[in-house]
Design a protein around this ligand. Sequence first.
Ligand SMILES: *Cc1c(COP(=O)(O)O)cnc(C)c1O
Length: 393
Amino acid sequence: MFEKNLEELRRNDLLRHILSRASPQQPVITLRGRRYVNFGSNDYLGLAGRHELGTAAAEALGSYGFGSGASRLLAGGSLLHDKLEKAVASFKKTGAALVFNSGYDANTGVIPALCTEEDVLFSDALNHASIIDGCRLSRAKTVVYRHKDVSHLKRLLTREKGRRKIIVTDTVFSMDGDMASLPEIYNLCLSIRSRPAAEDSLLLYLDDAHGTGVLGGGRGALAHFRLAPQPWIVQMGTFSKALGSFGAFVAGDRTVLQWIANTARSFIFSTALPSCVVAASLAALGIVRKEPRLIRRLWTLREMLLQGLQTLGYETGDSQTPIIPLRTSSVQDAIRLSSLLLGRGIYAPAIRPPAVQEPRLRITITAAHTEKQIAMLIRALAKGNKFLLRPGE
Ligand SMILES: *Cc1c(COP(=O)(O)O)cnc(C)c1O
């Protein structure tokens, strides 16, 4: 069974393997017995390895034990879950927040909860797979607009009359590191909502997985653009990336969140996160609030890397964040470039279909990297130009 399918993947260099670390998730990791400088994690603030998270988890383990034994609606969650939700709502300046077991769970649960088969979802062409799956599960009509093209979105919106519309977008696109044009989308929503009798008919759902902890002093993309939360905006964020923990949240209007808690199937029909995981997320949120220098450091290192890449003549696409894609001419070249770096003690993964249409090396940097490690990456990349996509290819 599936041998032929696997063989086809192998032939096309699309067969992937699970790669397991023999060390914590840090700027230097051990893979297959060798140490590598790690440019493959989404641990943007370097919190995954911070002792405060472990200490908080250990303390919660003492108070609540490990397993949670039931869903939130059946007392599976603890007081720590409530505490985390209050902390998130206060951080995001929203009426309420709800914890989900993962970002994947949040998107596949919340999007279907926000619409019916009568409604229309408008989804950016490069949205994350979990959004695509959420749209499919919803059974609502899904209209895909061109990547970041707000005038295209506007045209498509005017075609759908008399139905509830939900615009769904990543704030930071996970494989390109570019950002949605949030101010434009926000203004478009305001203008549509200001029409008579259109009040209830438009929602904006933001996936801030890569904006949380990175943008807007850690508060995310809305805060970055100085846009105020609104009752018609639902923001999803994760604890699993910059916050170095695990799980996700949805933040927004109190009534909307009460509806989500009563209808999102991934929330209702799944066991609550262990309290020790929740405690680690709380500790991480505390660090983000108390140590703004971490975010400054992340952006300083990003500038350093970008300058080095520009000097070497590398194109970094529209990247505006610590996610930096280096597009290659082919899947094979992405693998070659990644292997060249491995040979120089650097781990930066090749990303290929189905994760992306266009193969690339995806580099992510974190506040925990050192200048020396960034310089080492730049030196190693000086040898890799020949694998890159050249303009016009
Ligand atoms: C990683 C990611 C998710 C999923 O979050 P998990 O907590 O890892 O399940 C959702 N959306 C985007 C944009 C992501 O990058």
